[in-house]
Write a protein that binds this ligand. Structure first.
Ligand SMILES: *[C@@H]1O[C@H](CO)[C@@H](O)[C@H](O)[C@H]1NC(C)=O
Ligand SMILES: *[C@@H]1O[C@H](CO)[C@@H](O)[C@H](O)[C@H]1NC(C)=O
Length: 374
């Protein structure tokens, strides 16, 4: 007969040792998350779009498979019919789309050597690129020459230059998601729970960079409103998009644009037809609610990320369209989609970038519309 202690051994290995090690790591690790102030976290039930399509991935075509690695943002040049996107290999690529996904072509256009994230068409045929890794805002001229526009505001360098848009008067609006953590460390910024992000502007006529807003929670997507009165920006962990007024009586003030989003917003894009398209990295989940509410959970998660690796990303990434008042209209998503980072509507198609996939997704909205669900 074997000793009853033998039954204790597996318990010792599988439970007690990890608990002891976990406690030691917890005590020793210097990561020090903060509480999100209760008023900043959305607690109401998420808004629900009247029309939905939960088969987005299954219904989409893939463009540039294995040539477009983690294409975060997408920008369309109507004149040339080219889509620009920034990839994790450091290249800004030109995608010439064809009605047949397989006949679409990808060209390596310019190598920034960093991590091109947000991009937007400039006023003179150039492409403005936010390079996260280099912490730079770049002017990539129409002939593919790279010029640095700015790298800091008020003495504080950009660490995670993220999203960008250009107003009609040429002023460039962009976000630095975090002055503290770089793109590889972005998850720590969310887990830390401190507002390390900024909304910024760069005026090419004066070469001046301004901090419009600081103390933002992972300042992400940026879109200038079609009437040029305000700039919308998204704060990813808060599931909110807000308006920052750039003109008129309210100039300099902030209003809510859309709150209680059903997912964690990345880029937001205006389609020229009265709708904004907000990309979601994932849906809001109960476990994320708890994680954001309790700093000790975020500390444990940070330790796990450090020593074990990033947890599996959540499901139901996608894109939500809203009207000019921020009312939800159509929601496209899929259980198997994660880390959708941008969505732009071109004609009948929705083109989406993702920081996880090796392609751009294209969904034919005419053939696969979101439908009324009761
Ligand atoms: C699409 O690709 C086909 C085959 O390569 C080509 O014949 C056609 O001209 C392309 N269409 C466009 C709009 O580029
Ligand atoms: C980018 O460079 C081009 C070429 O010099 C210039 O025409 C354009 O105005 C520049 N854009 C910005 C925003 O500085």
């Amino acid at each position: 007969m074997s000793s009853p202690l033998i039954f204790l051994k597996p318990i010792f290995i599988s439970v007690i040792i990890p608990v002891i090690l976990g406690t030691v790591f917890y005590q020793l690790d210097s990561f020090d998350p903060a509480s999100y102030p209760t008023h900043v976290l959305s607690t109401d039930p998420p808004i629900v779009a009247p029309k939905r399509n939960n088969q987005m991935l299954r219904r989409s075509e893939k463009i540039g498979v294995n040539q477009l690695l983690s294409p975060e943002d997408v920008a369309y040049d109507q004149k040339s019919g080219v889509i620009y996107t920034g990839c994790v290999d450091g290249w800004v690529k030109k995608v010439k789309v064809n009605e047949s996904a397989a006949d679409s072509t990808v060209e390596d256009w310019v190598f920034t050597g960093g991590r091109p994230l947000g991009l937007a068409l400039g006023r003179h045929g150039e492409v403005i690129v936010a390079d996260a890794d280099k912490g730079l805002l770049l002017n990539v001229t129409s002939v593919g020459e790279i010029k640095v526009l700015t790298e800091e505001a008020e003495g504080l360098k950009f660490k995670l230059a993220d999203a960008v848009d250009v107003a009609e008067d040429g002023i460039i609006y962009f976000s630095d998601a975090s002055y503290k953590y770089n793109i590889e460390q972005y998850i720590y910024d969310i887990l830390e729970g401190r507002p390390n992000g900024r909304l910024l502007s760069y005026d090419p006529s004066t070469k001046q960079t301004k901090t419009l807003l600081s103390d933002l929670y992972f300042a992400n997507g940026v879109a200038v409103s079609p009437d040029q009165n305000y700039v919308i920006f998204c704060e990813t962990p808060l599931r909110k998009c807000k308006k920052y007024y750039i003109k008129g009586e309210k100039k300099g003030s902030v209003d809510m644009f859309v709150d209680n989003l059903p997912g964690f917003p990345d880029n937001i894009r205006y389609d020229g037809e009265g709708h904004y398209w907000i990309a979601f990295a994932s849906e809001k989940t109960y476990s994320w609610d708890l994680t954001l509410r309790y700093p000790f959970i975020r500390k444990i998660m940070a330790i796990m990320v450090k020593y074990v690796g990033q947890p599996k990303a959540e499901k139901n990434g996608g894109v939500l369209s809203v009207d000019l008042q921020g009312n939800p209209l159509e929601h496209y998503y899929d259980e198997d989609l994660t880390m959708v980072s941008s969505g732009i509507k071109i004609g009948d198609h929705l083109y989406c970038g993702s920081v996880k996939s090796p392609y751009i997704l294209r969904l034919n909205l005419k053939q696969n519309p979101a439908v009324q669900t009761s």
